[in-house]
Design a protein around this ligand. Structure first.
Ligand code: UT7
Length: 328
């Protein structure tokens, strides 16, 4: 049987500061009732002014390395999924490579919006399966509160900061690990979720700063509809590719963007609620970090047992979407 890659350790880190719905209701015209009923979110975390993506990624990384019982020196590659890297360049993965004392290994960031961790895991899986790498660190990290428009109630209530990490390595039991992945994109809908300025299209000027163009813009309704259809599609493709039925999936980890989106996808797949992991009430939407934070917490809560089938599925800016089917 073909060799697979599997998770040897997972980790997470979130900033200390908790922002509750009541806190938000003091800065924009919103309410706990609106946020809970429309999104399922109760609180989220916010990084300190001096805290960048790598400052969250490193503690999550050290936790995952410790569980994997692997030293930073044993890593063969580092792949970081983020849209809020420390700097546009160099990449956050290079910052991590230096700070954890890894060797001069390949290190690069992946930009695929909230689907970033899925993209990063699929790249790492392939690097391990072809044999060019043995141990790869995959991190999903986001400090979205740094690009939030705090005067826009339709977006500022939704996002939070955090990091999730996974150390992948070759599986000793041939059929355990990543069974299949699905990746997709539709750049035609890119304008529905974007940060207009700060890139080469619209470099920073006083005007871009004054117009708050260095913050996130979203057409919530359009994204909502796309999220439900694309995550359902990814689940169906993966279940089909593996020759399984939806009933064979033991745990679903969906991108934690909106509880109603998660429930709508679960309903289409006829997945019972006890098989669907939720932590959106604690962290809000943490983009690239979302499904890795959820993976770590699901494991810590004993929701994943050896041999379980796990579907980890996300969608996000790009638009991008995709998923990973694991046999744990
Ligand atoms: O990671 C991927 C990125 N994002 C997403 O996945 C988000 C996808 N979209 C969504 O989750 C939802 O569309 C939202 C949560 C963003 C919005 O929920 P909705 O049920 O689609 O609300 P809506 O945009 O249709 O707005 C309904 C009303 C509007 O008022 P009117 O025009 O009906 O008077 C909004 O102005 O709710 C208003 N509204 C708010 N009211 C109180 C919008 N934001 C807020 C708010 N508090 N924070």
């Amino acid at each position: 049987m073909e060799m697979r890659s599997r998770a040897l350790g997972t980790g997470m880190a979130v900033p200390e500061q908790v922002i509750t719905n009541e806190d938000l209701a003091r800065i924009v015209d919103t309410s706990d009732e609106w946020i809970v009923t429309r999104t399922g979110m109760k609180e989220r975390r916010r990084a300190r002014p001096d805290q960048a993506a790598s400052d969250l990624a490193i503690p999550a990384t050290l936790m995952a390395l410790e569980e994997a019982q692997i030293s930073a020196k044993d890593l063969d590659a580092i792949i970081v999924a983020t849209v809020t890297s420390d700097t546009l360049f160099p990449s956050t993965s290079c910052v991590i490579q230096d700070r954890i004392g890894a060797r001069h290994i390949p290190a690069f960031d992946v930009s695929a919006g909230c689907t970033g961790a899925i993209y990063a895991l699929s790249i790492a899986d392939q690097m391990i399966r072809v044999g060019t790498c043995r141990y790869i660190l995959v991190v999903g990290v986001e400090v979205l509160t740094k690009i939030t428009n705090w005067t826009d109630r339709s977006t500022c209530v939704l996002f939070g900061d955090g990091a999730g990490a996974v150390v992948l390595g070759p599986s000793e039991e041939a059929d355990h690990g990543i069974i299949a992945f699905h990746l997709a994109s539709d750049g035609g809908a890119g304008h529905t979720l974007h940060m207009p300025a700060g890139g080469s299209r619209l470099p920073a000027t006083h005007e871009t700063v004054d117009k708050l163009l260095h913050t996130l813009f979203m057409r919530g309704n359009e994204i909502y509809r796309a999220a439900v259809s694309t995550m359902t599609e990814s689940c169906r493709v993966l279940i089909d590719r593996a020759g399984l039925d939806a009933d064979d999936i033991d745990l679903f980890i969906f991108h934690q963007a909106n509880l109603r989106i998660i429930e709508a996808v679960a309903k289409r797949l006829k997945a019972p609620s006890e098989k669907v992991f939720i932590n959106i009430h604690k962290y809000g939407n943490t983009s690239s970090a979302s499904t890795l934070l959820a993976l770590h917490e699901a494991r810590m809560e004993g929701r994943l047992k050896p041999g379980n089938h796990l579907l980890q599925v996300a969608f996000g800016a790009g638009l991008t979407w995709g998923g990973i089917l694991w046999k744990w």
